[in-house]
Ligand binder design. Sequence first.
Ligand SMILES: [Zn+2]
Length: 375
Amino acid sequence: MRFIIFLLVSIFSGCYTMYGVVLQEEKNNQISSQEHVNYKISEANQEVPESIIFIIADGTGIGQYSVSYYSNGDFAPARFDHVGLVATHPNDGECETTCKRVTDSAASGTALSSGQKTYNGAIGVDREKQPIKTMLEWAEEKGMLTGLVATSTVTHATPASFAAHVDYRKKEAEIAQQFANSDVDLILGGGKKFWPDSLINIYENNGGEFITDLKTSVENGSKVLGLFADGALPKVIDGRNPTTTQMAKYALNYLDKNSQGFFIMIEESQVDWGGHANSAEYIQGEMKSLNDLINFALDYQEKNPNVLVVLTADHECGGVAVHDGENGDLDIRFTSDYHSANFVPIWATGPGAEVFDAFMDNTEIGRILTEYIKK
Ligand SMILES: [Zn+2]
């Protein structure tokens, strides 16, 4: 009897979670943090690849891959030979007081492109806003052909972090100007609105050709800028055209004629936006596109074993988790509409891929790929 009274009191006081009684008071889950360690890995005695395909799936963590695994059938990431985990925090704020663990795509794009941590919003610059040389710029110096592909505007944070240097990511017009005067051999994606005709003229005077259709033939030896939308390319569920894989195919066909090898960064940009929108359907479509891209890249790698393929994310977005829904469906839940500091996976196949069988800081990816390019 006493137990029953205790049980009833407990249930009505709202702090008993048994049998579906929900907590009425929201629990404060803030905990104190510790200074984090940036874990390093060693690339000593590694085989060095001739060319690198670096795929960045923006905002894609374990939750997004789980969504794809249970909803899209074929799971292409399983084809990779090596897999590891990556911490993505920026170098933003002071650790005692304002330290941030959640990165944006600019800070993490810069960590991935250059091997250096910086503040959120920074494009290819350090904490003092000084330019940092990126792996793409090292590849140019080594005589490799270089490419950038994105399904956002090509001047968006991730592609921008590889070939531009500005103190703030929203300066996309300035990033376009830097691209027009850069030595990047091939740029494909969206964002015509940041390229006025006067800037296209500058680009063409620098030996580039501007296309709006992948079927347009270009002169041998000229740089190529392909912009297929005013802003970002359409979502996959709205009928993206060209698809990410069509752009990747065009790019590899263009790049692999060079005896010095090539470096390309291909971004599946919009998985992140599916997380911001808390839309499982949006994420599912973008993950399907990423799956096609992985299959294409790994098929290419099988025929070209000197190529290293690396796939990772700049950060997670949405705190995505997969739950059982009704009638065997999936119930996808989100903890926020912004990025999280959750670790993201890294997958790799090809010469030098073994080093990524590890837990690592995101700067290690930038540092090691740059080492491979320099060698
Ligand atoms: Zn985002």
